[in-house]
Design a binder for this molecule. Structure first.
Ligand SMILES: Nc1nc2c(ncn2[C@@H]2O[C@H](COP(=O)(O)OP(=O)(O)OP(=O)(O)O)[C@@H](O)[C@H]2O)c(=O)[nH]1
Ligand SMILES: [Mg+2]
Length: 265
C-alpha cells in the first residue's frame, strides 16, 4: 500500500487516471486533517478540565518530555529524594509497556501511577484526567508527569500542565533542538542532563543552548547530572520558585472569591 499519500492504493496507482487520483488524494488529505483537528480540540477540552482541577488542588504540574533514555526517571528519583519530606507530591508515569519506571519511583517512597499507552507514542489529557482519580488526596504540592520517551509526539499534546520540561542528555548530540523544534518550542525549560559525561562526548553546550533559543528565545536552561547530583540545586530552586508562585496565585484567587461571597451576604 502507498505510504506516501496514504490513499490506500498500491504504488503507481494503476487503474486511476491522474485527475481522479488527485481528487482522491485531496479528499483523503481533508479527512485526515479533520480527524487531527477533532483529536486536538477534544484533547484541549480535557486539558482545560485538568488545568482547572490542578488549580483547585493547588498543584504545580510539570510534564517531563524527552527521547527515550535521556534520564527523566533518574532525574525524578533524585528530585524526589530532596522533596519527599517537604511537600506533598506524586508522579504519573507514561510508557508504552511495563511498570518499570513507576516501580523505580515507588522505591523512593513516593506515590506513582503507571499509564501504559500501548501503541500510542504520547500521553493525552484524557489519560491524565483518569490517572488523577487514583490520586484523590494530592493537593498543595507537586505532580510530575513523565511522558512517553519520544521527542516528537508529546510536543503537540497539552495535558493541562504548568510547563513542559524537555530533558536532553549530552549523549544525544547538540543539534537536537534544530532537528526536533516542536518540542523545544513547546518547552518552558530545557534540562541538559548527563553533564558528567561531557569529557567523553563531542557535545557543545553553548551551541546547543543557542540552537534551543533560536527555536524558542524564552526557553530557560539548567545543566545538571542526575547521576552525580551536580547542578541539582538549580533545578530544585526552579521548581520551588514556581511552586511558590502557583500558591500565591491560588491564595489571591481564593481571596477574590471570598470578597465576592462577602459582598453577596
Ligand atoms: N552518566 C549518567 N547517566 C545517567 C544520568 N541520568 C540518567 N542516566 C542513565 O541513563 C539511562 C536512562 O535513564 P532513565 O532515567 O531510565 O531515562 P528515561 O528518560 O527515564 O528513559 P525512558 O523512560 O525509557 O524514556 C540509565 O542507565 C541511567 O542510569 C546522568 O546524569 N549521567
Ligand atoms: Mg523513564
Amino acid at each position: 500500500m502507498c505510504g506516501i499519500c496514504g490513499c490506500g492504493q498500491p504504488h503507481g496507482h494503476q487503474g486511476l487516471d491522474e485527475s481522479a487520483h488527485a481528487e482522491e488524494q485531496e479528499s483523503g488529505h481533508q479527512r485526515r486533517l479533520q480527524v487531527e483537528l477533532d483529536l486536538f480540540s477534544q484533547n484541549n477540552r480535557y486539558a482545560q478540565a485538568n488545568r482547572e482541577l490542578f488549580q483547585r488542588r493547588n498543584l504545580l504540574v510539570l510534564n517531563l518530555v524527552s527521547s527515550p533514555g535521556s534520564g527523566k526517571t533518574a532525574l525524578l528519583t533524585r528530585t524526589l529524594q530532596h522533596q519527599l519530606d517537604k511537600v506533598p507530591l506524586a508522579v504519573i508515569e507514561g510508557d508504552q509497556q511495563t511498570s518499570h519506571d513507576a516501580d523505580r519511583i515507588r522505591e523512593t517512597g513516593a506515590e506513582a501511577v503507571q499509564l501504559n499507552t500501548g501503541r500510542l507514542c504520547h500521553l493525552d489529557a484524557h489519560m491524565v484526567g483518569h490517572a488523577m482519580e487514583q490520586l484523590p488526596h494530592l493537593e498543595n504540592g507537586l505532580l510530575y508527569i513523565e511522558n512517553v520517551g519520544n521527542l516528537v509526539c508529546p510536543a503537540g499534546f497539552d495535558l493541562g500542565e504548568a510547563a513542559k520540561v524537555v530533558v536532553l542528555s549530552v549523549t544525544e548530540g547538540d543539534d537536537k533542538p534544530l532537528k526536533y523544534p516542536d518540542m523545544f518550542h513547546a518547552a518552558r525549560l530545557m534540562v541538559l542532563n548527563k553533564v558528567d559525561l561531557l569529557p567523553y562526548v563531542n557535545f557543545d553546550v553553548e551551541a546547543c543552548i543557542e540552537y534551543a533559543r533560536r527555536i524558542n528565545p524564552e526557553i530557560e536552561v539548567i545543566t545538571l547530572s542526575a547521576q552525580t547530583g551536580e547542578g541539582m540545586e538549580n533545578w530544585l530552586e526552579w521548581i520551588e520558585h514556581r511552586r511558590q508562585g502557583q500558591t500565591a496565585a491560588r491564595v489571591a484567587q481564593l481571596e477574590r472569591e471570598l470578597l465576592v461571597l462577602k459582598s453577596q451576604l
